[in-house]
Design a protein around this ligand. Structure first.
Ligand SMILES: O=P(O)(O)OC[C@H]1O[C@H](O[C@H]2O[C@H](CO)[C@@H](O)[C@H](O)[C@H]2O)[C@H](O)[C@@H](O)[C@@H]1O
Length: 272
């Protein structure tokens, strides 16, 4: 697809300095005829769903699953969720609907929605390491642990004062294990410790080699630091990147809030 959308975004950029350039969110009218050549890749928290005080409190607004299912149909299956959450968690959130996904920041991938055997999973994080990291939650009430198997997340949205202490404690443990293949991933009020070697970007690259995504032009929408790895690879695939809540580096445009992303997706199906 020779994109009118990218042309639109680039034309606007060429004519004015970057800090004055308007945000170029694609017009559904321009995109609609190309849905069958497009792959729609969507982050979950802060992009499709509004952020909540704790991971368990998120909810899927009425109509969103229907929109995602219809877009899956319209793209012949080339819609995937690209999330830091585990596949298991994603399925609980969207139940009974099941979507193709790159999950766990690239640790897991689901290419087929009918066959669990196709799912790919990274190995679990060392038990002893997890035990040590989990003890950090004792630093303050309000620190929540999320065990995803291949990673462990320490959430501090309810205890923001604990941020520095959490990162210092993680550094001490990290320093004890200089050769461990792990890395620290900061997110929105969360410090995650995961195996190194995979990211959302490695997951998306792998996904885009497989049917039904192969050969399509990706459009990725995300909001967090971890989504920046995917924003960065979109040009390699002739893709488009859009951030949410802020204008991230290198994106083609941005949405103000998840509600705007949901409205945009609905308009792809019903452009007026
Ligand atoms: O890649 P995403 O789909 O955006 O997932 C990123 C992380 O999302 C969840 O945590 C975030 O959302 C919570 C609910 O709104 C919020 O309470 C928390 O502060 C955020 O960091 C999820 O729990 C993580 O596992 C994901 O990595």
């Amino acid at each position: 697809m020779k994109s009118e959308l990218a042309e639109m975004a680039l034309d606007q950029k060429r004519t004015m300095p970057d800090d004055e350039a308007p945000d170029a969110v694609p017009v559904p009218h321009a995109l609609v005829p190309h849905l069958n050549e497009t792959a729609i890749l969507l982050d979950i928290d802060g992009t499709l769903l509004d952020l909540m005080p704790t991971p368990r409190e998120v909810w899927v607004p009425p109509g969103l699953s229907d929109t995602l299912n219809r877009l899956t149909e319209r793209t012949s299956g080339a819609l995937a969720l690209v999330s830091g959450r585990s596949l298991n968690d994603i399925d609980l959130i969207f139940a009974p609907d099941v979507f193709r996904a790159v999950a766990g920041h690239g640790a897991e991938m689901r290419l087929s929605i009918d066959n669990e055997a196709d799912d790919v999973h990274a190995p679990p994080l060392d038990k002893e390491l997890k035990r040590r990291l989990a003890a950090i939650a004792k630093l303050s009430p309000g620190i929540l642990l999320e065990d995803k198997g291949y990673s462990l997340a320490l959430h501090y949205r309810l205890a923001p004062h604990a941020e520095k202490a959490i990162y210092e404690s993680v550094s001490v443990i990290r320093a004890d294990l200089p050769n461990a293949p792990i890395e620290v991933l900061p997110g929105k009020f969360v410090c995650e410790i995961k195996h190194s070697g995979f990211t959302k970007a490695t997951g998306v690259r792998e996904l885009m080699k497989r049917e039904p995504f192969k050969g399509r032009r990706p459009i990725f929408i995300g909001d967090d630091v971890t989504d920046e790895t995917v924003f960065a690879i979109m040009p390699d695939m002739n893709g488009l990147a859009f951030s949410v809540g802020r204008r991230a580096m290198g994106v083609n445009g941005h949405f103000d809030a998840p509600s705007d992303v949901r409205a945009f997706l609905a308009r792809l199906l019903d452009p007026r």
